[in-house]
Design a binder for this molecule. Structure first.
Ligand code: PA5
Length: 447
């Protein structure tokens, strides 16, 4: 099996190999704790074996629904927020055309319910007018305000356009097996519904219908994605020796850097297609580890674009950062730089080279410069950007996140801090049941 590669050589000026290997036993112990289900948050470990346990029948059922959407819709709106949309968005953006996202594969996939922007919803609604569209509404709790609000608006538009009966064929729900308003609504309306297992949290749900259904609707091969993840599940099991276990090494390395004052991890890529992989990763690690006054702050940059904005800070600012770079060994397409007789731009020294050769030299040059500037560098290399290696990458990060959270001593599988803004917002909007909070918040506003 060809796998993604992890290279930590360029952190060794800051922390030593001995320091990392001294933590090998701890990492192994945390990985076993995950597998044995004896650690914090052990009622949310269903993600651990999703890739190897999903059945052919489950995959075929998801594919059949996806094919129905693909056959009937020009646009499919994925409604969800946080873990209920970022995994799908990451994979779809990485594996779709940048300028013609659909290429020969219809439908267009678009997203809603991940913000409360009135202009966003207005423009989406205007875009959908006159188009044949469908909706996939994803919410584990079934009560999250942002997607519920977007769904209410889009459902009405769909029903007004095609009638209530036809609308039912163009809506699917992904939610809890029993709880939440979305489950009640889906049952009542008779929507095709998929269940998110109780023991899988939002940000770990890519390999459930939360991620797989939208990804399949986009025409992406979910079997290959799952295969990559299943191979990585094997490769990161606690039976695999520390020196070969990418998830354990990554978890230990980032924790050692954190303990040495590196409080911010910047995920960098050299392909714009990976922008949302970083967004997904930021949530995975940020929401899992930012607790009890602890945790690495997760940030991201798209290079070389952001070398012209954040490059100065990274090279020369406060030395509290380390960088993890995702590199793609081989681009999907080939493009050479042409010769120009006049050479007025002075670029003939690059003529005949591939654009990717320039990008790779920018990558190497950046790594060396940042390491010289005191920024430890972790490098992850994907042989190619395809379903199989993305499946590996996603599972690798999930596994590493579980181990890393346990090394940090927190519960990586809850998110109590997310509730604070919701309580205030409901109080401010006079939601029934929030009268006391409303009084309290008024006095805070006026103080
Ligand atoms: O990772 C998580 O649990 C969160 O990001 C949730 O996915 C997010 O808050 C959306 O929640 P829900 O799916 O219940 O609407």
């Amino acid at each position: 099996m060809k796998t993604i590669q992890l290279n930590i050589n360029k952190v060794l000026g800051q922390i030593s190999k001995e320091q990392i290997f001294a933590q090998a036993e701890q990492a192994k112990h945390r990985n076993k704790t995950l597998e044995e289900g004896t650690g914090k948050g052990n009622d949310f470990l269903g993600w651990l074996h999703l890739p190897s346990s999903i059945t052919e029948a489950e995959i075929n059922d998801i594919q059949a629904t996806a094919d129905r959407f693909r056959a009937t819709c020009d646009v499919v709106v994925i409604v969800g927020i946080g873990g209920s949309y970022l995994g799908a968005k990451a994979v779809i953006d990485a594996l779709s055309g940048t300028f013609d996202p659909v290429e020969n594969k219809k439908p267009i996939i678009t997203f809603a319910g991940h913000n409360i922007g009135e202009d966003y919803l207005y423009e989406l609604s205007a875009f959908l007018k006159g188009k044949s569209f469908g909706i996939i509404n994803i919410s584990k709790s079934g009560t999250t305000t942002e997607p519920a609000l977007a769904f209410r608006i889009l459902k009405k538009q769909l029903e007004d356009t095609v009638g209530k009966e036809e609308a039912k064929n163009r809506i699917a729900a992904v939610t809890d097996k029993a709880k939440g308003a979305l489950k009640t609504l889906a049952d009542k309306e008779g929507y095709k519904t998929y269940i998110i297992p109780d023991n899988v949290g939002g940000r770990f749900s890519v390999f459930t219908p939360v991620g797989l259904l939208p990804i399949a609707v986009a025409g992406i091969n979910i079997k290959q994605l799952i295969k990559g993840a299943a191979d990585m599940e094997n490769a990161t099991s606690s039976n695999v020796a520390f020196e070969n276990n990418l998830a354990e090494i990554y978890a230990v390395t980032r924790n050692e850097l954190y303990n040495n004052g590196k409080k911010i991890e910047i995920l960098a890529n050299f392909s714009p297609k990976l922008h949302y992989v970083s967004e997904w990763w930021k949530q995975l690690f940020g929401e899992s580890e930012g607790k009890e006054g602890k945790g690495i702050y997760t940030a991201s940059v798209d290079f070389t674009t952001d070398l012209h904005s954040m490059g100065q800070w990274i090279q020369d600012g406060e030395r509290s950062i380390f960088e993890t770079v995702i590199s793609i060994a081989k681009p999907q397409y080939r493009m050479e730089i042409p010769t120009d007789k006049q050479d007025l731009d002075g670029l003939n020294f690059l003529a005949g080279k591939r654009v990717d050769e320039v990008n790779k030299m920018a990558e190497l040059g950046t790594q060396l410069a940042h390491v010289d500037g005191g920024v430890p560098n972790i490098r992850i290399e994907l042989p190619e950007l395809n379903e199989y290696y993305l499946g590996q990458l996603i599972y690798f990060f999930e596994r590493a996140c579980g181990i890393s959270g346990y090394l940090l001593g927190i519960n990586p599988f809850d998110q109590p801090g997310v509730e604070a803004y919701k309580k205030n917002m409901f109080a401010l909007l006079n939601k029934p049941g929030f009268e006391e909070e409303n009084k309290a918040i008024q006095s805070k506003i006026n103080s």
